[in-house]
Design a protein around this ligand. Structure first.
Ligand code: HEM
Length: 474
């Protein structure tokens, strides 16, 4: 399919009056005091940042949660995530926040264990494998279209829940071909509950208090964790049975997540992954692979519902270039892609990447002591005054061919960077373009009267209370 850039007019600087400034908490003038900070971090970490965070290249200070260095300068981000990445491990807070379900999985492991797991799983995410998943992603998008076709015209739907369902469906049709062992609705409920409870920052964790002190959120997350444990057992049992029938696991044509995990062997020791690591990775890939992309699609639909001019451009591109039966690649629809990338800038699903310095170091001129907590926050960096023109404005033109190449690699980090960059980046972009193209071709989503949209950070950045929009057939 030929790129569509030549046929569709782009927004110019003169049109900015038409552009929309989507909701975000107003930065504070002064930092919060100790108790207010703990409460705000639990309620919504996005509300804790001050004006200085969006204006200064680096902020380093002591607070009730210890020594924290917020790095916004692209060179500093490159230093932490790439050049000296070996000195920065995932911090204790990330570990405590995600630990109960994901500890031992690719997102949280370090050192040799991480290297082995990443090497084992990389074959599932090569560009060739990702391209092979296109038809399955298109089938999942078509199933969504068929579901929405059955809805009454003008009905209010929660697109956040709808996209959770379709991204889970994509995982089942691609990296979990043996199925997830449970009803998708029940799975989505458990994932949402888990992130809503375990995913809230607990003041006890922030203060570094010992694990034996009971955390409310963790107790509330217990039913969701029990549900996952049960589902994972069913998935593993099914996969072991098909492996026993000799699935020739290293045949890349047949690779799937479970087969790779169960048949992994260290080249030196021959040791495989433990049962615990296999389980943690199943949950990691379900958690990291579906909530994030669902949030990106949700914010994209919301932003387009507020921006009829950009919606019309995206619809025109899809109408002209997506013929029936065709499945676009991520680069085939540059306007749809630009809209998605702008949504990932304004509402990055992974809003904060946190690390802990192992040894003393310097980030630029800043001295970093061992144990310092380093925050690289896509939320801040993507809205930083020194890095973006009018950062609060929704303007997908920033990501159109010609402009996209001028963006500093380390000023735009929705998928992170360096060795720990998101393994599913290509997968997610392809999936998001395919689903958005199908939505745009068939439906128009309008704002739901009376609903106030508020972004909150709960592991991922999501709209509080879902995202109701009004569904119309096109
Ligand atoms: C729009 C969608 C997505 C976004 C914004 C996103 C974002 C991220 C980010 C920022 C990281 C790095 C975290 C850090 O450095 O601390 C990451 C890591 C990861 N992501 Fe994604 N992700 C998305 C989709 C996916 C998908 C579809 C999958 C799998 C199917 C996935 C699996 C993972 C895994 C396993 C890691 C850990 C990689 C490692 O540490 O080696 N993600 N993701």
């Amino acid at each position: 399919m030929a790129p569509a850039c030549g046929h569709v007019s782009y927004m110019t600087g003169k049109d900015t009056a038409l552009l929309h400034r989507p909701p975000a908490p107003e930065p504070r003038e002064k930092p919060l005091g100790a108790i207010s900070l703990l409460l705000a971090l639990r309620r919504n970490p996005l509300t804790t940042w001050t004006r200085a965070h969006f204006e200064e290249p680096i902020l380093h200070g002591e607070s009730i949660i210890g020594s924290v260095c917020v790095v916004n300068d692209p060179a500093g981000i490159r230093h932490v995530l790439v050049d000296n990445a070996a000195n920065y491990r995932k911090d204790d807070l990330t570990r405590r926040l995600l630990g109960p379900g994901l500890d031992g999985g690719l997102l949280l492991v370090e050192g040799d264990t991480w290297r082995m797991q990443r090497r084992v799983l990389a074959p599932l995410f090569t560009p060739r494998m990702t391209a092979r998943f296109r038809p399955a992603m298109a089938d999942a998008a078509q199933a969504l279209v068929a579901r929405w076709d059955r809805q009454r015209e003008g009905r209010r739907i929660d697109v956040a829940a709808e996209f959770s369902r379709v991204t889970l469906d994509v995982l089942e049709r691609t990296i979990f071909p043996q199925g997830l062992g449970r009803d998708p609705g029940a799975f989505i409920k458990a994932v949402t509950e888990y992130f809503d409870t375990a995913g809230r920052i607990d003041p006890l964790d922030l203060l570094g208090l010992p694990d034996w002190l009971p955390r409310l959120g963790r107790r509330r997350a217990a039913p969701a964790l029990a549900f996952f444990a049960d589902a994972v057992d069913a998935i593993i049992a099914k996969s072991r049975a098909s492996l026993a029938d000799d699935a020739s696991p290293h045949d890349s044509e047949r690779a799937d997540l479970l087969t790779l995990l169960l048949s992994a062997a260290d080249p030196e020791t021959g040791a495989g992954l433990s049962e615990h690591e296999v389980r943690a990775n199943i949950l990691t890939f379900i958690g990291a692979g579906h909530e994030t992309t669902a949030n990106a699609l949700t914010w994209t639909c919301y932003l387009l519902s507020q921006n009829p001019a950009w919606r019309a451009r995206a619809e025109r591109e899809v109408d002209e270039h997506l013929r029936d039966g065709e499945t676009p690649g991520p680069d085939d629809l540059p306007i749809v892609r630009a809209v998605l990338e702008e949504a990932l800038r304004l509402y990055p699903p992974a809003a904060s990447l946190t690390r802990e310095a192992i040894h003393a170091d310097k980030i630029g001129k800043e001295r970093i002591a061992p144990g310092t907590r380093i925050v690289v926050s896509p939320w801040i960096v993507h809205r930083h005054k020194r890095l973006w023109t009018d950062p609060g404005l929704f303007d997908p033109a920033r990501f159109l061919p010609g402009a996209r190449e001028k963006i500093d690699r380390f000023a735009y980090i929705p998928f992170g960077a360096g060795p720990r960059i998101c393994i599913g980046m290509g997968f997610a972009m392809q999936e998001a373009v395919i689903i958005m193209a199908n939505v745009l071709k068939n439906f128009r989503l309008d704002p739901a009267p009376g609903h106030i949209v508020e972004p909150v950070q709960r592991v991922t950045l999501r709209p509080k209370g879902g995202m109701p929009l009004i569904l119309h057939a096109r």
